[in-house]
Design a protein around this ligand. Sequence first.
Ligand SMILES: Nc1ncnc2c1ncn2[C@@H]1O[C@H](COP(=O)(O)OP(=O)(O)OP(=O)(O)O)[C@@H](O)[C@H]1O
Ligand SMILES: [Mg+2]
Length: 363
Amino acid sequence: MADIVIDHLVKTYPGATARATDDVSLTVADGEFLVLVGPSGCGKTTLLRMVAGLESPDGGTIAIAGRDVTDLPARERRLSMVFQSYAIFPHLRVRQNIGFGLTMRKVPKDEVDRRVRDAAAVLELSDYLDRYPAQLSGGQRQRVAVARAIVVDAGVLLMDEPLSNLDALLRLQFRAELKRIVRRVGATTLYVTHDQAEAMSLGDRVAVMRAGRIAQLGPPIEVYDHPTERFVGGFLGAPPMNFVPATVRVNGTGPSLHIGEQVLPAPEHLDPYRDRAVLLGVRAENLEVSTAEQPGWLTARVEVVEPTGASVLLTVRLGEHELKVQAPPTFRVEPDSTVWLRSPAQSLRFYDAETGLVLAGAA
Ligand SMILES: Nc1ncnc2c1ncn2[C@@H]1O[C@H](COP(=O)(O)OP(=O)(O)OP(=O)(O)O)[C@@H](O)[C@H]1O
Ligand SMILES: [Mg+2]
């Protein structure tokens, strides 16, 4: 059982006023692929480096496979890692770089050769085995670093933005490849990225971090569909979730939602929030749009029309607020025209306008 148990981990860098990680507790299950995602500076690398043993916490503990490693040096933690600044040895050929960890572990030469060849094939490095790192592109070097970590089969794999040096297309291809490779080796993986699409695609679960804390942790679809706070909905997704300020009013027929001059029926569970300012959260793909007048739908004015191929992305203005709407690829509309919008009730989320936290019973 190569699980990773992180318990109440706290770290403040010398001279810093804020904590880099602020009381983080997290368990990565045996064989799980868990992604830490969040904006720059939120503490992802710091957390990973503490698990790796490259940074020591001020408080809290880390256990790997049931063993408390908090005070163990990195080399005794039995894990392999790939970091943002991939360190591969310039004086060794690709073949020796990939096999480095195996050679250090005194694995027989035949087996090193075989495993290096397999890893190189998976990472499309077979033609480069005899080159030196200086003769490779940045992306190829990065793949060497990934191959070297995977080939060791350490049981625990730590990765910090391993795809950041790849161009967009290669990154997309390699993302799927990486998912397949990691599944095959079955390593317990803690993976850091600031790219929300990468997090969604790779993680069995994702932990969205903000200012040193975990804001939300769960399977990608759950976190995407049911953000527990505005920050998470605004971070995950391209475009991010829309948030529209609204006021809850309750009369004889139940609660309704007032958005500027417009009124929508509101779900019963908003009843306790009468006269409160809330944020209505809705994703672009959950808004249905029509160019013909529809009674009871919201009206908005089209500002920008962006065909993306798979869909048409609209920026519309609803009162003072901008919304992104994802329309079908065949949808045709001109800027400045009026459109009508609605969304199924089950796709609407409600947040406290002040705290940004989801309203109880409304996630
Ligand atoms: N060696 C260091 N000394 C002092 N402060 C540091 C050090 N490393 C990181 N920090 C600070 O700690 C906080 C967390 O940094 P960290 O590198 O963990 O963020 P990150 O989430 O990995 O960001 P990014 O996506 O930019 O890599 C930041 O405010 C950063 O400035
Ligand atoms: Mg980082």
